[in-house]
Ligand binder design. Structure first.
Ligand code: ATP
Ligand SMILES: Cc1cn([C@H]2C[C@H](O)[C@@H](COP(=O)(O)O)O2)c(=O)[nH]c1=O
Length: 213
């Protein structure tokens, strides 16, 4: 897949996976470990903290389907050009909490078809590495329940099992585009161990990936 924005430096690391699996926890812990290792890390999140991201987050309760999918995709494109690409060009590593895979998955809950989601989520800026967190659905559900739902998707009892399956499918489709995906099964791992494994993976990403664009 051709990235439309050229990158001169820095790596884009996407952390993705089902709601409640531990993405935000990992992004915080991973960023700390990578900074300790001497890297200059910028933490991003999808939806972004910008105006389109705020709108997407707000409208998730009342808007559904194709319209919401396009709003999230618009936020991703805007964030790629205004927030992420400049950081990469300045030589920072960007760690993002959710990215393309979430776009390929989340509006499946609303019945949007996979081909449409894959098309609108063709990345304007491809992640150099996607770390997909997965886990047994009952374990992920328990984490989500303990933390509390953030929106209507997370309130649905069968959402977790569906998301676990949808993300694994999305990872397979991304892998077919030569995207680099690494899965971590978090079922039996504590948060510190997940972060250590993720940091080891990130630090092994070949630097020549930076030149791909
Ligand atoms: N490896 C782990 N083992 C056990 N609990 C964990 C682990 N990682 C995170 N948690 C806990 O699980 C809950 C959900 O974690 P977190 O908010 O990081 O998930 P998330 O994937 O970012 O969720 P969302 O997609 O809803 O934002 C939190 O209470 C967190 O402390
Ligand atoms: C990127 C993206 C996100 N969403 C939804 C999924 C979650 O319900 C929220 C983000 O909440 P979080 O608990 O802070 O992770 O946004 C989506 O529906 N589509 C997307 O592309």
């Amino acid at each position: 897949m051709t990235a439309l924005i050229s990158r001169r430096a820095g790596l884009l690391i996407a952390v993705d996976g089902p709601s409640g699996v531990g993405k935000s926890t990992l992004c915080a812990n991973l960023s700390t470990l990578l900074r300790t290792a001497g890297l200059d890390v910028h933490q991003a999140t999808q939806p972004s903290t910008g105006p389109i991201g705020a709108l997407a987050r707000e409208l998730t309760q009342t808007v559904a389907g194709h319209a919401l999918a396009c709003l999230y995709a618009a936020d991703r494109y805007h964030q790629a050009t205004t927030e992420i690409a400049p950081r990469l060009a300045a030589g920072q590593m960007v760690v993002t909490d959710r990215y393309t895979a979430s776009g390929m998955v989340m509006q499946r809950h609303d019945g949007v078809d996979v081909a449409f989601l894959d098309t609108i989520n063709t990345p304007v800026l491809e992640a150099d590495l996607t770390i997909l967190l997965t886990g047994a659905p009952d374990v992920v559900r328990a984490r989500l329940t303990e933390r509390g739902a953030h929106n209507r998707y997370q309130d649905q009892p069968d959402a977790t099992a569906n998301e676990v399956a949808y993300f694994l499918e999305a990872a397979d489709r991304l892998a077919q585009t030569n995207a680099r995906i690494e899965r971590i099964d978090t079922t039996d791992l504590d948060a510190a161990t997940v972060a250590e494994r993720a940091a080891a993976i990130v630090l092994e990403v070949p630097l020549d990936l930076k030149e791909a664009s």
